[in-house]
Design a protein around this ligand. Structure first.
Ligand code: ATP
Length: 598
């Protein structure tokens, strides 16, 4: 496919607010260029590879402007003048470069050329990168140049999230969304939409079954759902395996012979930051190949007491690693095994995975790796006691796991349920909300230029952010100022396309930053779009306050709309005494919808 055809699709998608139309357009795009399916998902998200391995072009704005000036044969001062006027280098490129008359570059040529620019390093590379970009720009014009520049600048923000691409791929292969779970599962196992799209378009749905976890390529981590009490957990899941809930850094360790990799929850490779864990994976894991899941927690070397999350997080550094290793040693608690010597275990039941994990990890006193202890129970009281015991030991609570569940890569469901502090009367847990905009503030806060934040949750079904609350307290003046600066850097002139909102804040911002928010209660509200369906009111948080920054979270990792709706239901069930979960079948007496749905 010619890159011009892709640019035309970008333009349509950018102007389109209906998600269904965007999805259909993407499906057409994949169908019309099956040979490019492996790179389209990257380009649609303005990347040159999967998020964990997308290379950086290494071109700053000045060099991009220089390449444009030489391609358009105008002085750099002219580029700067137009940029000041238009505020967007993409538009400047569009106005300066006429649509080319000859055949333009293909999508593959553009992609290869950009990868070449990224790979050009060493002496003289800056000049060479500019030359390569200039040549490419010289073969484009009009909106083709506009979108090329936006990709190069890392500013192609079409609002096409992973969920939309997965929907489009399902439409390509099944004509509807029925293939979505199978495609999403394959995506969870390789974390690479390019690989999934390529396999699907070349070999159909069955080709996805050949995607397995591979050492060196991260798997999307399984995530835990929430329920308000131990009895609700047992009622809905049946017997569970309960494990301590450590409050540290989620790490996925990969081993292939002597090679070891460590990935964070956001799939960043952090192997270099944790030498003691790398050494322990080599020494304590009795397997040639393994992919392990666990949580690393810092501890005080003299007393052995666990450190709070913030201190553990300080270990994620690039420098002075040895020094930090001595003063903040880590213990890596393993709780899952996804691959063992070439065998993909993600479909195996939790109980089997846990058992195999025990069998390959050599326990050694005061070693850097340990397996998380576990108990199996179907007794709510015993589970409560376990949670209380974990809290007493300074841990965050417990995670209850369904013994027969597979490893649900990238999915938050009730296969794992987190039970934190006392889930008694008050509102359960915190929410991770995405900042969508802010008001400038009144009175004292007007001096800071920021009043309340418009915050939202994520709806993975529709790949949209939906508002759930205005949040105006919880931070110090300094923190408000810092946050405002960050938000201003990602302000947008209008409501960003993936946002559903009835509220109009003074400033819209791109959904980028995630905050932790505590709230007193969830209420139904006609003002917020979270959970708003068929003319019914939405859901909102009452008495919200910011309780922390979660800059380690991507917007798509925020609390989901479904979680808020579920928590509302549980909150009501507690107050009305209606303890039956959704899907309770009076005829059969079945109170385990999650097992039946599986
Ligand atoms: P998320 O569920 O999005 O990770 P979060 O970071 O706010 O949310 P919690 O909601 O508190 O974390 O709980 C889930 C996290 O708990 C897991 O992602 C994992 O990092 C951590 N964790 C600690 N111990 C365990 C365990 N035994 N089993 C599974 N996860 C655990």
């Amino acid at each position: 496919m010619e890159f011009a055809a892709l640019a035309a699709a970008f333009r349509e998608i950018e102007a389109q607010s209906s998600r269904i139309r965007v999805t259909t357009r993407l499906a057409e795009l994949f169908r019309s260029a099956p040979g490019d399916a492996g790179i389209l998902p990257y380009l649609l998200q303005g990347q040159l590879g999967p998020p964990y391995a997308a290379p950086d072009l290494g071109l700053d704005e000045q060099r991009i402007a220089l390449a444009l000036a030489t391609a358009a044969r105008v002085p750099i001062a002219e580029i700067e003048r137009l940029y000041d006027q238009q505020g967007d280098l993409g538009l400047v490129a569009e106005s300066l470069l006429a649509p080319s008359s000859g055949p333009g570059p293909t999508v593959r040529e553009v992609y290869d050329r950009l990868r070449l620019i990224a790979a050009t390093v060493g002496i003289g590379s800056a000049v060479e990168k500019v030359r390569l970009l200039r040549d490419l720009l010289g073969r484009t014009g009009g909106d083709t140049a506009r979108y090329l520049i936006r990709i190069v600048e890392g500013r192609l923000r079409l609002g096409v999230g992973d969920a939309t691409v997965l929907d489009a791929l399902s439409i390509v292969s099944a004509g509807n969304l029925s293939a979505r779970p199978r495609i999403a599962r394959a995506y969870g196992l390789c974390a690479d939409l390019g690989v999934v799209a390529d396999r699907l378009l070349s070999g159909g749905l069955s080709a996805l079954d050949e995607i397995h976890p591979t050492p060196g390529r991260p798997v999307l981590p399984a995530l835990a759902g929430r329920l308000p009490s131990a009895s609700e957990v047992i009622r809905r899941l049946g017997p569970v395996i309960a494990e301590p809930k450590y409050d540290g850094l989620r790490l996925q360790a990969h081993k292939d012979g002597d090679r070891v990799w460590l990935f964070t929850r956001r799939l960043e490779e952090v192997t270099g930051a944790f030498p003691e864990i790398v050494g322990a994976v080599r020494g304590q894991v009795a397997a040639h190949q393994a992919i392990l899941d666990g949580e690393a927690v810092g501890y005080e070397p003299r007393t052995g007491a666990f450190l709070p999350f913030q201190q553990t997080a300080r270990r994620r550094r690039k420098y002075r690693i040895a020094e930090l290793e001595a003063s903040f040693p880590l213990r890596y608690y393993l709780f899952d095994l996804l691959l063992l010597d070439g065998q993909d275990l993600t479909s195996a039941p939790q109980r089997q995975r846990s058992g195999l994990l025990d069998s390959i990890v050599r326990s050694e006193p005061s070693a850097a790796i340990d397996v998380a202890p576990r108990v199996e129970t179907d007794n709510p009281r015993e589970l409560e006691v376990f949670v209380a015991e974990m809290l007493r030991r300074g841990l965050e609570g417990a995670v209850a796991k369904r013994p027969d569940a597979p490893y649900e890569a990238g999915t938050r469901g009730l296969h794992w349920v987190k039970l934190k502090r006392e889930h008694g009367e008050s509102l359960l847990d915190t929410f991770d909300l995405v900042v969508l905009g802010y008001d400038r503030g009144r009175g004292r806060r007007a001096r800071l230029g920021i009043g309340s934040l418009l915050c939202g949750v994520y709806d993975p079904e529709r790949d949209r952010f939906r508002t759930v609350s205005r949040v105006g307290s919880g931070l110090t003046d300094d923190e408000w100022l810092r946050l405002r600066e960050m938000l201003d850097a990602s302000a947008t002139p209008a409501r960003p396309s993936p946002v559903d909102s009835l509220v109009e804040p003074d400033v819209w911002v791109e959904p980028r930053y995630v905050l932790e928010v505590v709230a007193g209660e969830i209420i139904r509200s006609p003002r917020h779009t979270c959970g708003m369906e068929n003319g019914q009111p939405g859901y909102a948080l009452r008495f919200p306050r910011v309780s922390g920054f979660r800059f380690d979270r991507r917007p798509v990792d925020a609390t989901t709309q479904a979680e808020v709706v579920e928590l509302y239901r549980l909150q009501r069930a507690r107050s009305t005494g209606d303890i039956f979960p959704t899907g309770y079948d009076a005829a059969t007496g079945s109170t385990r919808p999650d097992r039946a749905e599986r």
